[in-house]
Design a protein. Sequence first.
Lengths: 491, 182
Amino acid sequence: MQNLILYSLSNFIPETILVVTIIVCIIADLIIRKKSFAVTFVAIVGLVLSFVFVVKQWGLSMSIFSGMLAIDNYAVFFKLLFIISTLFILLFVETSKEMKTASHKNEHVYLILSLTTGAYLMASSVNLIMMYISLEMVSLTSYILAGYLKKDKRSTEAAIKYIIYGAASSGIMLYGMTLIYGYTATMNINEIFLYLSKNPITDTPVLLASVIMISAGFGYKISSVPFHFWTPDVYEGAPIPITAFLAVTSSAAGFSVLVRFFLVGFANTEIITAVKWQEVIIVFSIASMIIGNFVAVWQTSLKRLLAYSSIAQSGYILLGLAVVNSAGLFAVILYLSAYLFMNLGAFYVTILIHNKLGTDNMDEMDGLGYRSPFIGVTMAVFMFSLAGIPATVGFIGKFYIFSALINTNSPNLTWLAVVGLLNSVVSLFFYVKVLKHMFLNKPEKPLPELDYGYANILITLLLAVPTILFGLYFTPLLRLAENSIKIFGLN
Amino acid sequence: MDLSLISILFVILAVISIFSALMLITRKNPVTSALYLILNFFTVSGIYLLLKAQFIAIIQVMVYMGAIMVLFLFVIMLLNLRDEKNLTESFSFKKLTSVLLSITFFVLIGTTFYFGFSNINPSRQGVEEKTVEIGKATFLGEKLFTEFAMPVLIAGILLLVAIIGAVVLAKKKFDPVSPDKE
């Protein structure tokens, strides 16, 4: 046993590095005692080191800590995604005025890192206990970060709302997990699958209830309808870099664990016909798309618009899971990598606008495209990508999701692709509305031009260039996605 | 359903537990609420005992009822909280909906259980056999440090993050040492 744990620890280096970095950051913060880039720098070094060791895990396939965590390409893909998004978020925080004026020193750095650690664990957990604890780690850190601007009442309100919804949904999820444990007598999802596929499934209501209850916990993380109520308020109240972090890392972590739970534990034709979780996912995804897209149309705040947009996006991603074959999973992975660049980009441009205007109300953005052409053009790129216009990476994601839906025969899901496409048309309306404010609406009186520093422009380009580049030349993404999903062994 | 002593005790404890939980969230005086919480913890530890988990039952009494509840009561008394007013006076459509939804959920779970666990699978009997061991502290300790070493470690990190969070959210002012007070 001792040897087993030591052996497991030797395959646990990326997470260990992150935890050590958190502790080093805390000590550095105590020594420096003022706002400083040094702590962020330590965090970046830790993330890069962790990146190196994560890449080394590519191609491995094993389970460590007596079946608690899995190391496979799927986990590695998500860990890379988390590292990239965390690096960007740390830079966002450095350039955001909102965070600069917060009455804290460097606490956000190690809070962000601990959220990343939790996300790492979520991506690789194959045991219900591990899933729960890592999800709580991500949630707990998110609550603190959402309430980070203590002087701002809305930020505190966001934290309180987030914690109430979070506590309720993780309670429901735990209840669902106990039901599954009572039924199968195991908490490892591989063993759950073995049990369900070997024994005749007799008590379907219990399994269905537990699957729905567990989706409440995961659905809350990915902000899918009907567990989305926290999203607009939290996104609006939290500081924008944190909002971006929640929208990308926390949501991607939710998807990683949701997909693994269903496609490892319940992906078998007999289980699907008995438990009917596919229908549950389809209902969630349709509801998310419709509510997300239609409510977004009425929003005047850019942050709330992006909140509803991410509800809708999680609906599209759930479509890929609902297909339950390798093409669908492939599309999910592709969409998430597209989502990383375009969503972070949209939020970064919002940060830049907020830095100068002090608001995210779209009526104040009239004529912004002429006051700062750079902001206008990059925002156009991200908005078109989120809407799924060709020649952007968002199109690739949507294209593969819809083609997976159309190509599957059992059951026929073409109607679902039609629903998704109609929703995309609606989404185009509100994404373009942002651009209408920036370019077509004339401000009442001429306003001065806005200048942005080289650092701001560089970070924006680092996100905008991949958004277009991967839209035109997406073979690397396809390769990555193809290798990431091999372990599931779906057809 | 067999009417053994254990099931009778369980029903009594469960009823008291639900009753105290309801009283806990409906009382206006926070001290009364806290006392009902103690009652709730007590019944829960009784249920642990029925499940042959003596060690966890004792821990529940010692940690929750002993340490945490004393802390709660102290905080309530130090803050000198008044009775919460205007909590149950207004009637709204929202409240009615939420009550109806909660009842639906409860009925759903109830029927699921009633029709659900119809026949005992052999592996579930395995779970029952394991519970004889669970009560012992040695068994628990061994499990926590071998099979469940990882969750215990992560729970440690989780607590560290929680402490940082408490400091971040509760700290009143900037450190006087730091010069930049933008």
